[in-house]
Design a protein around this ligand. Sequence first.
Ligand SMILES: *[C@@H]1O[C@H](CO)[C@@H](O)[C@H](O)[C@H]1NC(C)=O
Ligand SMILES: *[C@@H]1O[C@H](CO)[C@@H](O)[C@H](O)[C@H]1NC(C)=O
Ligand SMILES: *[C@@H]1O[C@H](CO)[C@@H](O)[C@H](O)[C@H]1NC(C)=O
Ligand SMILES: *[C@@H]1O[C@H](CO)[C@@H](O)[C@H](O)[C@H]1NC(C)=O
Length: 298
Amino acid sequence: MGILFIKTLVLVTCFVELFSCHHPGISLGGKEPRSQKTNFIIILADDIGWGDLGSNWGKRKDTPNLDKMAMEGMRFVDFHSAASTCSPSRASLLTGRLGLRNGVTHNFAATSVGGLPLNETTLAEVLKKAGYLTAAIGKWHLGHNGLHHPSFRGFDYYFGIPYSHDMGCTDTPGYNLPPCPACPRHSTTTSSHPRECHSEVALPLFENLTIIQQPVNLTSMATKYADKATQSVQRGHPFFLYLALAHMHVPLVMTEPPCNLSCQDPYGANLRQMDALVGQIKAEVDSIARENTFLWFT
Ligand SMILES: *[C@@H]1O[C@H](CO)[C@@H](O)[C@H](O)[C@H]1NC(C)=O
Ligand SMILES: *[C@@H]1O[C@H](CO)[C@@H](O)[C@H](O)[C@H]1NC(C)=O
Ligand SMILES: *[C@@H]1O[C@H](CO)[C@@H](O)[C@H](O)[C@H]1NC(C)=O
Ligand SMILES: *[C@@H]1O[C@H](CO)[C@@H](O)[C@H](O)[C@H]1NC(C)=O
């Protein structure tokens, strides 16, 4: 199960000319009015601490890209997540409604059949209707069966895992994750399984509705997220990208050995990896739609 850390209460936002597109009348003296709609990117970190960001706490120096965003953009220092747990905070972020109203007050499990109630409207559905290309990358955790899958909740494109990466097993186990060798067939009780075998569903990696890897290779996941995120913003305008990072949720997984530094400070190494991932996406967006994109990190 996911560890229930309090979600970060701080939102770092970077934007350029945010309102010019919605209010052409007040924008761009002399230039032609923009017809293009503003692109939106929401990057949601998981289980991150307030003091993890250098912009919040000077002793941390692991987040140069985010610190720069905080400096150039706007910081909302009293921005509250609707919940301290995975599914409810995501449900509220995407519906704009508190758990008591949207029905998601607890985390979904790997065995859950339900998800975010189907009568709720997601931000992606609203933007899709408005002509946006919509993509969700990363951890979903709002139901993974049938119509609860992100492909049916307003996202044209999906790449990621259905819930937290400590749910299920994988072949590159991290801090608290069991490996995946299957238990012998036809055995009914868990206690009769050998210690090394695992009866849980191996963590799947989805692209749209297809499982492309199972168990997911956690070591290469951050790189894949970065690649898919940068590809998704190249597909056209206007776009909405919802990137729900695995960072900083346990298990902390390093990209590449050797791990000289990362072995001494796995948390710091993962922070730097997350920061680099955000920096990579921001650089891509800056190169294709800098004047017209609203990028949030929360
Ligand atoms: C969806 O249905 C539930 C149960 O009837 C209700 O409480 C909730 O308000 C509905 N949501 C919307 C957006 O209408
Ligand atoms: C994912 O779905 C979208 C929308 O249907 C489609 O354009 C895209 O080609 C699909 N990608 C893959 C890899 O299946
Ligand atoms: C997982 O990905 C890493 C990094 O790309 C690679 O070195 C490793 O061989 C992969 N593991 C498996 C089991 O494929
Ligand atoms: C890590 O250790 C290896 C082997 O001792 C060494 O060659 C390499 O330079 C070290 N890398 C860093 C970043 O310190």
